[in-house]
Design a protein. Sequence first.
Length: 258
Amino acid sequence: MYQLLDPSTFVVFITGATSGFGAAAARRYAEAGAKVIATGRREERLVELQLELGAKNCHIIPLDVQDRAAMEQAIADLPPPFAGVNIVLANAGLALGLQPAHETDLGDWETMIATNITGLVYTVRLLLPGMIDRGGGHVVTLGSVAGDYPYPGGSVYGATKAFAKQFALNLRSDVQGKNIRVTNIEPGLTETEFSLVRFKGDEDKAAKPYAGTKAMNADDIAESIFWTTTLPAHVNVNRLQLMATTQAFGPFDIYREG
Ligand code: NDP
Ligand code: 8X3
């Protein structure tokens, strides 16, 4: 029989565990017997998650991934049962707006870059040395189909996800020989709070991308993340791109006069 890794040996550090993929992944790992460190800014959501999963298996840390000092402190202060992190799920991220580049709010771009790029590199850089010292681990980053395929209004969001992909691939080169796996997960249309955040709480706009179709859900992505990390240690999934079956590709957009 094919031998998967034992999830009860996993200590999983998750950014963005208050919603969507991060929350679903926290549940998936905890139900499989892993220890989970759930982080995010909304403390009340973390408290609820910890109540659900139990404090023995779920340690919570309210934090903003953009805050380097807070990240450093949180990681330095991890209590013993949770200190030996061997899986990092660098998931926290967001899209803001869908306006064309010349009309977009520059502040939205700054927030996406600070969260999806700066927060991502803080997470990985601060947790990686410990994993190397302990002899191995797995870094999972959250990219997107938007990191490969351009779409109108996706300029900086897509670029941050292209960053995640290239960062993950480059990371693999740096950790060669250190028993560290790196995987960039690249989902397409998935119904979470993502769209509500993108459209700043406008529920009508947020519902439109999912209306009349069957999008993926957070559990679909959590299961895929979980799967890549349970594969035997000699197998590395570099990139995993997922789309809803209902989502495919359109033609190039040719501008024509008249
Ligand atoms: P959600 O909005 O449901 O979840 C986003 C999570 O990120 C929340 O837990 C949020 O927590 C956290 N987060 C956002 N900003 C910060 C911050 N500054 N510090 C700490 N945590 C933060 O979206 P998804 O679950 O869908 O998205 C998760 C990741 O997947 C993102 O990186 C997104 O770009 C990516 N993705 C999403 C797709 C989709 O269609 N849904 C498709 C492809 C990729 P809090 O607000 O409490 O801090
Ligand atoms: C989220 C998927 O297509 O809305 O990364 O950019 S998309």
